[in-house]
Design a protein around this ligand. Sequence first.
Ligand SMILES: [Zn+2]
Length: 294
Amino acid sequence: MLTIGVDVGGTSIKSSLIEVGDPCDADSYQILKFFTLPTEAVKGRDTIVDNIVKSIEQFECTDKCQAISVASAGTIDWDSGNVTFATQALPGFTGLELSKTLSQRLGRRVVAINDAVGALIGEGMLGAGKKYDSVMMFTLGTGLGASLLKDKQLNAQSVVDTRLGHLCLYEGGRDCLCGKKGCAESYVSATALKKYGNENLYHLFKATDIVQRRVLANFYKDLTSVALKSIELYRPDLIIVGGGVIELAEYWWQNFLKEYKAATDTPIACASLGNKAGVLGSVYAMLNGTFEKQ
Ligand SMILES: [Zn+2]
């Protein structure tokens, strides 16, 4: 069957035409086409919605598609597909009935979920985590996302935003955007590495001077601390690390593993689907998930 998955971020909207053999079979998902459009978020909510619709209609086969699903930035209620909170990255999205709005525009059912959840489901069901039961995913980007997929169930109870990015790592430490001090994401995120290391992460990971090496050593130690906390609280069978920093994994992952493996036996892996995780995860969620009101 033909399906369309969409991944809406603050700067770009990715969309993909995906052929699916058996909805439950991870190996039967095949990306046929993949496009990126600008979100044009500064133009406001109506333009963003128009661009999401455009990203779907450009495939010119919506009437032949069995499923159309959107993973978007912002906090999105699993059961209703409503945006309960969005930052200025998507102006006007707070309160938007995203699933309902898109369903009306396209004249058919459209499911909406959160983008980090979409990436988690993509990696957990089709990517690095497909052989494991409970999967924790850290996304190292602007902040530190940490979400859990329990026992491969796809309903409101099994997909958990743990908010471990705001776990206090250092009492009285660096200021965090959330208003507290010493949060994990002030140390373990692309933003933190740039701020306290080097604007260009590639140069940081290749650096040989002692100050930069120290920044990296602390990063490995802090990422290990957050991982250990997540293991203590949630007992995942696998931890997946994704986000922009993973694109540079060849320069740091093995060094990090030495620190991590000395501390725990819980398996850990790099995300494997890159920027395709969200489009794949949103379609997988729609075909296999339980949604009360969308
Ligand atoms: Zn915080």
